[in-house]
Design a protein around this ligand. Structure first.
Ligand SMILES: [Zn+2]
Ligand SMILES: [Zn+2]
Length: 402
């Protein structure tokens, strides 16, 4: 899954960094975190991939503008490469132009047919959709073999010629950074494609690939959780041009990361949902019918007389389905007894009478008993009350006074 870290922080650059600065920062960090240089450091590969992801966004003016305005959420539904599932060597060859062939092991020799890169995109669904499952249109962009040049990158009627730097090998032997990197590197002239295009195809500017908008209808299974991935095989990119100019081979996959939107009524815990129910002191004391929110609308249920603040009850089968078994969890209702902040004259009279009724007989008789007959101290008005606090657990903490 993609990182939620700030891309500028990942690359250690200012928000107004120029395109060149982005490039330099990525080049420096990609070398620093290259797993070959960090044997035994498990974090290095993750850092290396985070940097590649940040670079893919910040090096693209359009994606960068969206990210600047809306952050990670803005990039939802825009497919990027799924760097987590890519080989380090492939990431190096993907951004080969900025390494200039000086380091990196671009030409990973693949066995069997060439395979394209996986793509990753996100989709947001609601808890109601988790309950029922849903079909969603997933729009995304991916590279396709250019229809004009059929992937060769050459103007129709012309042909790419063999690269003279590498003699058509796609790789050259080089001294790399004092031996830190492998000596055989991707050819800096042809970028591993083995050929050079003199007359470039005008459609793809010689790249052999064009970006195409695509839409897929995808079934999101019921019971899915936030962060889980729906994989659509064969909907990623065709093999890259250096591996297979005309794109023959196996397409990568599309990974759709499912985001479940926060629902302020419910907190999800596995297949169970938790909600709070606010009741007055009188309702809690006397019991009776109460209305509880469920995913299928409001549901009336009976509250036991004498229910305490913080007490729980369950509505069986009103949770969300388990992804595997389809069996629904429960709705756990946490009772929150409200103490009135303001009283009408009538309420004050009744509650005062209640206090009198609760007081033990001997205390009642004592003259000048504690706050007997006196006005209660004016309660400080609390602002930022429970409702304003963020999220369910904020409310819970408020309500339980912790
Ligand atoms: Zn073309
Ligand atoms: Zn070459």
């Amino acid at each position: 899954m993609s990182t939620q870290l700030d891309y500028y922080e990942v690359l250690g650059i200012a928000r107004d960094a120029s395109g060149d600065e982005v490039k330099r920062a990525y080049r420096r960090l990609a070398i620093k975190w290259h797993p070959d240089q960090n044997q035994g450091n498990a974090d290095a590969e993750a850092k290396f991939k985070e940097c590649a992801e940040a670079y893919e966004v910040l090096s693209d003016p359009e994606k960068r503008a969206v990210y600047d305005r809306h952050g990670h959420a803005g990039l939802r539904g825009r497919a990027g490469h799924d760097f987590n599932s890519m080989h380090v060597e492939d990431i190096f060859s993907m951004f080969n132009d900025i390494f200039g062939g000086q380091q990196g092991g671009g030409g990973r020799r693949q066995r069997g047919p060439a395979r394209g890169y996986d793509l990753e995109t996100e989709v947001e669904i609601t808890l109601e959709e988790v309950l029922k499952g849903c079909d969603r249109e997933i729009p995304f962009k991916r590279l396709e073999v250019c229809g004009v040049c059929k992937g060769s990158g050459a103007k129709p009627g012309t042909k790419p010629t063999e690269c003279s730097t590498c003699g058509g090998q796609g790789q050259v032997a080089q001294q790399g950074l004092g031996g830190l990197f492998r000596m055989v590197t991707t050819c800096p002239t042809c970028q591993g494609r083995r050929t050079i295009v003199k007359d470039k195809c005008s459609e793809c500017s010689g790249a052999g690939r064009t970006s195409v908008q695509r839409k897929l209808s995808v079934k999101i299974p019921r019971g899915i959780s936030d962060g889980q991935v729906v994989r659509v095989a064969g909907e990623g990119e065709p093999p890259p041009p250096q591996a297979s100019p005309d794109g023959t081979g196996i397409r990568g996959d599309l990974h759709i990361v499912v985001r479940v939107a926060e629902d302020e009524r419910f907190e999800r815990q596995g297949p169970d949902l938790i909600t709070t129910l606010e009741v007055s002191f009188a309702e809690a004391a006397l019991g009776g019918a109460v209305v509880v929110p469920t995913l299928e609308g409001e549901s009336e249920t009976e509250l036991d007389a004498g229910t305490q603040h913080g007490e729980l009850f369950r509505l069986d089968g009103k949770g969300v389905p388990d992804l595997r078994t389809g069996e629904r969890g429960d709705l756990v209702v946490v009772v929150h007894v409200l103490v009135p902040r303001k009283l009408s004259a009538k309420q004050r009279e009744l509650i005062t009478a209640l206090r009198e009724a609760e007081r033990p007989a001997k205390e009642k008789a004592k003259p000048g008993a504690k706050d007997g007959g006196k006005e209660p101290p004016v309660q400080e008005k609390k602002d930022g009350s429970a409702k304003k606090r963020g999220g369910f657990w904020g409310k819970m903490k408020d309500s339980l006074g912790s």
